[in-house]
Design a binder for this molecule. Structure first.
Ligand SMILES: Nc1ncnc2c1ncn2[C@@H]1O[C@H](COP(=O)(O)OP(=O)(O)OP(=O)(O)O)[C@@H](O)[C@H]1O
Length: 818
């Protein structure tokens, strides 16, 4: 705000301003329609000139004589204007003037961006001149084609550079036009030839899908080239091998929608002064300010936008689901209906419980002003308003007494209920009802949700379906003693995503040390799972492989951040939207990014066996991965502090607790008690940092999951699971042919340190070069790859294979020459 520009203009360029912006709506209507009418008059006159031009020649000198009559459809004015624009001017290219006028009228009428209009005029005049000079070649016989300007300019140029020179000049002009206007590059031509070659071979192989080809034939050349690149990258992104047959089903082109430029963050210096001026809050209405700001940003973006708009107009938005275009989501029928679904109210039980609560509280001299019951699937919430003057802590302390009087497990007192001003007592129902997965998936709330990664967990105490967005959580910690519903909870999460997300949009990395819980999902490996390259199984059951996978996810995260940075996007949603709008070129390394959900079923086991090696990448992912679409779900039976360490806890704001056995466990997971008072069988507490919500988790049984994965597994899949980046562990040792260009900047210095000390240890590098362990370790790997140190020898330092500096210099020199 403080930076808002004072009214004084700086001495710099009083640049070409846009005065017409201030037209009122009435003025816009008048001026816009005038321009359109002028354009039509001009077009009609020009057209008529081709038929009546000769006849009208005689009256050109009698413009002021009223009796002289012209044959032109727009009479004397038409004849006169046509003579100037067509005959004396630019020949048939003069029609472009009429087009430009009509376009200008539309811009004024519809208040479309004026900057764009300026460009249209510029390029319009450029084309007029180009065509006029080009047709000047035929000027002697057909003067009307190029007009006098075209003919004269052409012959003038010919006098100096000859026919060949003029032709080459025109060709150059064409290249300038295509390259500047449509951003055509030599690569697009190459891609075009490649795609044309591929098209021909495809056509030879199968003549099917006439529609697609008909559509393809309509494509402009450069658009086709980029489409080819898009399709190629789409496949690459899915790590597919080239498929021999079956041409991709191409979507119907969608109608062009007037584009809305996405405001990119701009370096301050690039924003012209005017945009600061208009954002001054007091002086300008908000819409006006926004409009102008968009314009200035657009100036920069316009060329890319032009191309992407054109591509979108030609092919529609990029559709990541196209490769599995015929994929069908699992139908609801695969999920089971339960008989005891739906809440049945047992009036007697309600009354009984109410009376007992009132009695117990009365026994302790606590009066109640009112009491109200809300019946949920497993528990009923009694909300009481105590009489004035009753201390809340007094009621809270009576938890055990109330439990005793009600002779029920799992009583929880919420005092007070946040935001309600009442005290809640949750009492389990005698006959709990099952919340079926089917009912929550079928709910409007889930079906209509527009969340990125919606998860239908179950139902709240007021019997509402509870749907949350995993993308917003952004990571989830799940704890619960054995047999309390964790695995069912994980299945509910996965099922929700399977019902809502296309295989191209989300990928799971499943870690299941118990080896049984998630095995079922093997069937959808090529649809939904992600794995390390060269791994046979996508579901990870071996702890050492988990470490590699986690590190590989870290690499994926870094790669994605790089892509986002290059695309000037802040998160995956912006990035994917931009990619779909074809504003990001796959040739620049861009690709559609699916969400990645990492599910670890037994985290305690992992931490016990691998400790820091697991904790570090998990913490790193949890801290950083939210913006780039990697989300973690970690489940554990033992929510003790050495499993859920401080750093992990701090980065998992969303927590789910099923029943745990002790208050301490409850505190570890929820930062408070409550989980120890749950009744099990899917009864859970959910928190996302603030209040606790009690939920009955939806029940999805193994046969149901089996039916779903069978249904998906039977459909056409990607050729392989989604491949994560390769990660070579410290003991990996196999992938030592590290590229010279990928070497650490300190490689040479490190080599000198090692050779001087004749001792190949990472800790030496850490000390001498002041490096972290990871970087020092990487350097040692690179030194091994270069043959400067020997292989890993356990606790001993590695052998140094280069005796002195001179040998080292020689070795490095030789490397360069190879
Ligand atoms: N939401 C639910 N509704 C009804 N019953 C449930 C629900 N969740 C779990 N159960 C019951 O509890 C049993 C155990 O659940 P589950 O296998 O999910 O436990 P778990 O916490 O994963 O145990 P473990 O850690 O030993 O694998 C289920 O077989 C089922 O009978």
């Amino acid at each position: 705000m403080a930076k808002k520009k004072p009214k004084t203009k700086q001495s710099s360029t009083p640049k070409f301003k846009k005065p017409s912006l201030k037209l009122t709506n009435q003025q816009k209507l008048i001026f816009g329609s005038l321009l359109i009418i002028l354009g039509i008059i001009l077009g009609t006159a020009f057209l008529s000139y081709f038929f009546t031009g000769k006849a009208d020649q005689s009256i050109l000198n009698e413009f002021s004589t009223r009796q002289a009559e012209a044959d032109n459809w727009v009479k004397k004015l038409g004849a006169y204007l046509s003579d100037i624009f067509v005959y004396r001017g630019f020949g048939i290219a003069a029609f472009i003037f009429s087009g430009l006028l009509i376009r200008s009228g539309l811009h004024v009428l519809l208040d479309i961006n004026y900057e764009k209009l300026r460009r249209h005029w510029f390029w319009g005049l450029y084309i007029i001149l180009w065509f006029s000079i080009f047709f000047g070649f035929f000027g002697e016989k057909h003067a009307i084609l190029g007009g006098t300007v075209g003919f004269e300019t052409n012959t003038f140029l010919q006098d100096y550079i000859g026919i060949l020179g003029v032709s080459l000049l025109l060709f150059f002009g064409l290249i300038v036009y295509l390259a500047t206007r449509f951003k055509i590059t030599i690569h697009s031509f190459i891609a075009l030839f490649k795609s044309a070659k591929k098209d021909i071979s495809d056509e030879l192989k199968s003549n099917a899908d006439d529609d697609n080809f008909a559509f393809d034939n309509n494509l402009t050349e450069e658009a086709e080239a980029i489409k080819a690149a898009h399709l190629a990258t789409q496949k690459e992104a899915q790590q597919t091998k080239p498929k021999p047959s079956t041409p991709e089903p191409v979507k119907e082109p969608t109608p062009v929608v007037e584009f809305e430029p996405i405001a990119k963050p701009q370096p301050v210096k690039d924003i012209p002064e005017s945009s600061f001026e208009v954002t001054a809050p007091k002086e300008e209405p908000i819409e006006e300010a926004a409009e102008l700001k968009i314009e200035t940003v657009e100036e920069e973006l316009s060329e890319t936008d032009n191309l992407s708009n054109k591509l979108v107009a030609d092919f529609g938005l990029f559709d990541p689901t196209l490769e599995l275009g015929k994929y069908q989501f699992p139908p609801l029928d695969l999920l089971k209906k339960y008989d005891n679904e739906g809440i049945s109210i047992n009036q007697e039980e309600l009354e009984g419980n109410k009376n007992r609560i009132v009695e117990t509280l009365n026994n302790y001299k606590i009066g109640i002003a009112s009491i109200k019951a809300t019946i949920g699937p497993t528990v009923t919430l009694y909300e009481i308003v105590p009489e004035a003057g009753v201390r809340i802590s007094k009621i809270k302390n009576l938890e055990d007494d109330i439990a005793l009087s009600l002779s029920a497990l799992g009583i929880r007192i919420i005092a007070p209920i946040p935001g309600k001003g009442t005290i809640g007592i949750e009492v389990p129902n005698k006959n709990s009802t099952i919340v079926s997965m089917r009912s929550v998936i079928a709910s409007q709330k889930f079906q209509k949700s527009d969340m990125q990664l919606p998860i239908a967990f179950g139902k709240t105490i007021s019997n509402e379906t509870f749907v949350v967005d995993l993308a917003k959580m952004p990571h989830m910690l799940m704890a619960g003693a054995t047999g309390q519903g964790k695995s069912v909870g994980l299945n509910a999460v996965l099922t929700s995503l399977l019902y809502k997300k296309h295989p191209a949009e989300v990928k799971f990395v499943l870690v299941d040390p118990k080896k049984v819980e998630l095995t079922l999902f093997n069937k959808i490996e090529r649809h939904y799972l992600a794995k390390l390259p060269d791994e046979a199984e996508a579901i990870i059951t071996d702890n050492t492989k988990v470490i590699n996978t986690l590190n590989s996810l870290c690499i994926e995260m870094d790669n994605r951040y790089e892509m986002l940075k290059n695309a000037l996007c802040r998160n995956i949603v912006e990035y994917n939207t931009k990619f779909k709008a074809r504003k990001l070129n796959p040739n620049d390394g861009h690709a559609f990014l699916p969400y990645i959900v990492l599910v670890v079923d037994e985290f305690a086991d992992l931490i016990m066996t691998a400790g820091k090696e697991v904790e570090t990448p998990v913490a790193r992912l949890a801290q950083l991965a939210r913006a780039i679409g990697i989300h973690l779900i970690i489940a554990t039976q033992r929510p003790s502090v050495n499993v859920i360490t401080g750093i992990i806890k701090a980065n998992f704001p969303a927590r789910i607790a099923f029943r745990v056995t002790s208050k301490i466990d409850s505190r570890t997971i929820l930062d408070g008690s409550g989980a120890d008072q749950l009744i099990g069988r899917g009864d859970m507490l959910y928190t996302q940092g603030n209040e606790l919500v009690r939920i009955q988790c939806a029940f999805v049984d193994t046969p149901e999951v089996e039916r779903i994965v069978d249904f998906i597994g039977a459909q056409k899949a990607f050729p392989d699971a989604h491949l994560l980046p390769e990660y070579v562990g410290e003991e990996g040792g196999t992938n030592l042919d590290i590229d010279i260009s990928d070497r650490d900047k300190l490689f040479k210095e490190a080599a000198e340190v090692i050779v001087t000390a004749q001792q190949g240890s990472a800790s030496l590098l850490q000390r001498k070069l002041k490096l972290g362990y990871n970087r020092a370790g990487r350097l040692i790997d690179q030194l091994e790859a270069a043959g400067i140190v020997g292989p890993f020898e356990g606790s001993k330092a590695r052998q140094v294979l280069v005796p002195d500096f001179i040998a080292l210099e020689q070795l490095l020199e030789n490397e360069k020459n190879n």
